[in-house]
Design a protein around this ligand. Structure first.
Ligand code: ACM
Ligand code: ZN
Length: 553
């Protein structure tokens, strides 16, 4: 352990020194579209002002600068007055300019006497503030006031805009529950790297995590399990259980607090309510919506389970009532409805399911799943919402208005590309490159995970575009997302260890121009960013510093 820390210190120092001499780019992740470091610096002091021009009274403009100011308040011991005019010296002037090329784009000019930011929207201003945050000394991320720090920002000219409109990070709070405050920290961190979407996986076989007022048993019963598998997923006769009651859920007030927090960071929160599969917790609370009638127990075992929602009228009413509350709570244009890993075993033997197949003229259970998803999609459209579903929603046919979340790398390549040609949008989260629950280094020295091997360089290598599309079709590839499934992450500390720094690579793949991506350069910038993670006090993985990239596992 000591050896590793020493190694880390040396590697960080050497690379930082070397890099500063080369002086090519600033240590910003994700790498800006264009960025030139200049000589000199702007020093933030208690007399520095933030001026908001062309929207100072706008709440979102206030949000755009609030996070940086909050950090200064803690770390520097002063925050900056925010004014609506006076673009003079010793001022960070933020101007809304409709000519800036896209909604999330910004320009940033740091000169010794002033800083100028321009963006089309407050979100662009917010991203400029995140860039400034990364250019300030690492102590800006500290939890206490730092003494003897010069709050200097190097002179720089930045023109920046994201490559993709969707840059996301997912968190499964079903397998292990993360508190409201932990979820907020997760959101703050993803916004730090200019990601704009938090995919909140709220329901699972192992726990239902969101209060639904009309169905209180979903949380009084469905949010708690009586036991959890201990250790690795092994053969049934070898399994060990902790026999400990485990659970938790978010009240609708908690959800509103998280949403308000995300809004201030320009992060869209997409809730996922899984159907028809991964529904054992819900069915434990309300077994009558299953094919067999139960009884069930909230699962303590990972994997795929056979009991799924039975597509009867009363089940649709139940799900529609749930989704009505969810749609009312979340402002997001999308609701994720799952759709993955729904075994058809129960449907094959269920009278009601077989009657439905006959009545609707369907060929088989796959078409029944498509019917299920399409019905839910049509219902959500009445609430002004669109659906996202895992790539299994392609099986049995889907409507062109559904957005696919591609996860089964290779297996679904052809079908996803064909669907995009037909008009569907897609978000890339392939398990080959985006599953941050996989091992990031040698399994012999890493804590137990679900398996796989996904070192940070492999995340970084990912190219989200699909081959052979016309430019118009290519626009339907919305972006890239990292997924954090928590079977083997019982604590938030472990979640962060698995997500970071790989999430920084996810962010750069989604934001930076393809032609500018370079892993060696990314690693050098990451050295500096890691100092910031340390100042934040988060647990993160450092193994890439000592990895042998030729030893592909
Ligand atoms: C998934 O990993 N089942 C989407
Ligand atoms: Zn059934």
């Amino acid at each position: 352990m000591t050896k590793k820390i020493l190694l880390f210190g040396c590697a960080a120092l050497c690379a930082t020194t070397l890099f500063a001499q080369k002086g090519k780019t600033a240590n910003i992740i994700p790498l800006p579209e264009k960025c030139t470091l200049k000589s000199g610096e702007f020093v933030v002091n208690p007399q520095t002002k933030i001026a908001l021009i062309g929207g100072g009274e706008n709440q979102q403009m206030q949000y755009a600068v609030a996070r940086l100011n909050e950090l200064l308040g803690t770390a520097a011991g002063f925050s900056l007055p925010v004014v609506a005019s006076g673009a003079g010296n010793n001022t960070i002037t933020c101007t809304l300019n409709p000519k800036i090329k896209s909604d999330e784009a910004y320009t940033l000019s740091v000169k010794p006497n002033k800083i100028q930011v321009q963006a089309k929207t407050p979100q662009g201003i917010f991203y400029a503030m995140q860039t400034i945050r990364q250019l300030l000394p690492p102590q800006i991320e500290g939890k206490q006031q730092a003494s003897d720090v010069k709050w200097a920002i190097p002179c720089i000219e930045v023109e920046d805009a994201p490559r993709y409109i969707y840059r996301g990070l997912h968190l499964d709070v079903g397998r292990h529950f993360m508190s409201k405050n932990e979820v907020m920290q997760y959101i703050d961190l993803l916004a730090y790297h200019k990601m704009n979407t938090f995919h909140w996986h709220l329901t699972e076989d192992q726990g239902w995590r969101i209060e639904i007022k009309q169905y209180p048993r979903l949380t009084t019963v469905g949010a708690y399990r009586n036991r959890t598998l201990k250790g690795a997923y092994v053969a049934p006769e070898k399994r060990q259980w902790d026999n400990t009651r485990y659970g938790g859920f978010y009240t609708q007030d908690d959800v509103k607090e998280v949403l308000a927090y995300a809004e201030k960071r320009f992060v869209t929160v997409i809730p996922e309510i899984e159907l028809p599969g991964h529904a054992v917790a819900a069915l434990t609370a309300y077994p009558r919506y299953s094919c067999t009638g139960g009884p069930f127990e909230v699962e303590g075992l990972w994997g795929v389970h056979n009991d799924i929602f039975c597509p009867r009228e009363e089940t649709f009413t139940f799900l529609e009532n749930i989704l009505t509350e969810v749609a009312d709570l979340f402002p997001s244009e999308y609701i994720h409805i799952g759709g993955d890993e729904a075994p058809k075993r129960r449907w094959e033997r269920c009278h009601a399911c077989q009657e439905r197949i006959k009545k609707e003229g369907l060929k088989n259970e796959h078409e029944l799943q498509a019917y299920f998803i399409t019905r839910i999609e049509k219902f959500l459209a009445t609430k002004g919402k669109k659906i996202i579903g895992w790539d299994e929603i392609l099986e049995g046919g889907i409507s062109p208005s559904a957005t696919i979340m591609y996860w089964r790398a290779r297996e679904s390549d052809t079908s996803v590309t064909a669907a995009v040609r037909r008009g569907n949008k897609v978000i890339m989260t392939p398990n080959s490159h985006a599953y941050l629950d996989y091992y990031q280094a040698n399994p012999k020295t890493e804590p137990h995970t679900i398996g796989g091997y996904l070192p940070i360089w492999k995340v970084y290598e990912y190219e989200p575009s699909l081959p052979g599309l016309t430019p118009k079709e290519a626009e339907r590839v919305l972006g890239f997302q990292g997924n954090v499934w928590t079977e083997y992450m019982a604590t938030f500390d472990r979640v962060l260890y698995m997500a970071y720094p790989r999430a920084a690579a996810v962010a750069e793949v989604g934001w930076s121009p393809k032609a500018k991506r370079n892993y060696d350069n990314f690693q050098e910038r990451l050295m500096e960013v890691m100092k910031r993670y340390s100042a934040m006090g988060i647990n993160y993985n450092r193994t890439f510093l000592t990895e042998d990239r030729t030893a592909k596992k």
